[in-house]
Design a protein around this ligand. Structure first.
Ligand SMILES: [Zn+2]
Ligand SMILES: [Zn+2]
Length: 348
């Protein structure tokens, strides 16, 4: 008997990507009875599911962000590499290298294997486990940066840019916009590696997840609240804040602030300008174009399904390499590195 094609058992429904023989959804945008969640970003981890299967880190992040009562009535932890049978499907989670706890969902049914990557990156990140390629029949990928123009520079180089600016303007407060989950902690870790051993100051919105990372053994060094009252003591300091805060009244009360922003979107000059960013840092937690192509090749999938992002160029490039691409047009996926930052901040 030949193995069934994943399109016969993994379907796009209005509630999201549904694994039929397992009776569960993956990162469903609305509350469902059974969900497998790849990671804690708000466009993947929604509140009020009946049961949630995820890594222990993702469940902890969901509890911290959504509140104890809304992170799934039943929470089932699955560690990287452990297998569980859900319905008729064998499910394992493998690191996605995106943020702490982020996982790819590996599903096997009757000899057929599909992998849903969630969001992922291939660059080194001292705050989470590195992406592990898993050979499969169908690879479900994101394509946030699915255009050849998106080639991320080394993150260390972007951090060096910031450190140079701090040396050049020792009195000015550098206020860096960074997404609260993942980006902020990675940036802090990179700054420590780059030799910045002074305290790093945090806008209140970033403190809880930094604490959670530290509780999980990710060392971030000395962190202090950024209180505008002591603006004098913040001269020459690094302040991390949600991206929406870097150009608002709060930031303007700091000492001659330099608005900085760490995001893959900073590759697009106009976006930096629009946000009043003086020092753009191109640091992304998503795969860039070469990494998307390399990953699709590495997993040796005959088919690549694309959840969201820029799919046309990727489908074309894959076809030239003998892989069939398919756009899923999943709804409810934000491009969290930019738009969702602002949406989320606006929503509180
Ligand atoms: Zn994400
Ligand atoms: Zn996402």
């Amino acid at each position: 008997m030949t193995a069934p094609h994943p399109e016969t058992w993994l379907r796009v429904t209005p509630e999201g990507l549904f694994c039929e023989p397992g009776r569960f959804f993956i990162d469903p945008p609305r509350a469902v009875s059974h969900a497998v969640v790849t990671h804690g970003h708000s466009d993947h981890a929604r509140p009020d599911h009946g049961a949630v299967l995820a890594t222990p880190e993702t469940l902890a992040i969901m509890r911290a962000r959504l509140g104890e009562g809304r992170a799934g009535a039943v929470q089932q932890e699955l560690r990287y590499g452990e297998a569980v049978t859900v319905g008729e499907v064998r499910v394992t989670l493998r690191p996605a290298g995106h943020v702490l706890g982020s996982a790819q969902v590996v599903m096997e049914w009757r000899g057929s294997r599909a992998v849903v990557s969630g969001d992922y990156k291939r660059r080194r990140d001292p705050t989470c486990a590195p992406f592990e390629p898993v050979p499969c029949d169908v690879f479900v990928t994101e394509a946030t940066f699915g255009l050849p123009v998106f080639v991320h520079p080394p993150a260390e180089q972007e951090v060096a840019k910031l450190l140079r600016s701090l040396a050049l303007f020792p009195e000015r407060t550098h206020v860096i916009g960074a997404y609260a989950l993942g980006k902020a902690q990675r940036l802090i870790a990179l700054l420590r590696e780059g030799g910045w051993d002074r305290p790093i100051h945090l806008h209140g919105a970033l403190a809880p997840l930094c604490r959670l990372y530290e509780e999980r053994g990710i060392r971030l060094g000395e962190l202090k609240p950024a209180t505008v009252k002591d603006r004098a003591s913040l001269a020459g300091a690094i302040v991390l804040a949600p991206p929406s805060a870097i150009a608002d009244r709060w930031a303007r009360r700091l000492n001659d602030p330099v608005p900085c922003y760490a995001s893959g979107w900073m590759r697009v000059r106009q976006r930096a300008k629009q946000r009043g960013v003086e020092l753009p840092m191109v640091i992304s937690d998503h795969a860039d174009w070469p990494e998307l192509l390399a990953t699709c090749a590495e997993v040796q999938a005959q088919e690549v399904w694309i959840t969201h992002g820029r799919e046309d160029a990727l489908i074309h490039a894959l076809a030239q390499r003998g892989q069939r691409g398919r756009a899923l047009h999943l709804v409810g996926r934000e491009e969290e590195e930019m738009e969702a930052d602002f949406a989320e901040a606006a929503a509180g």
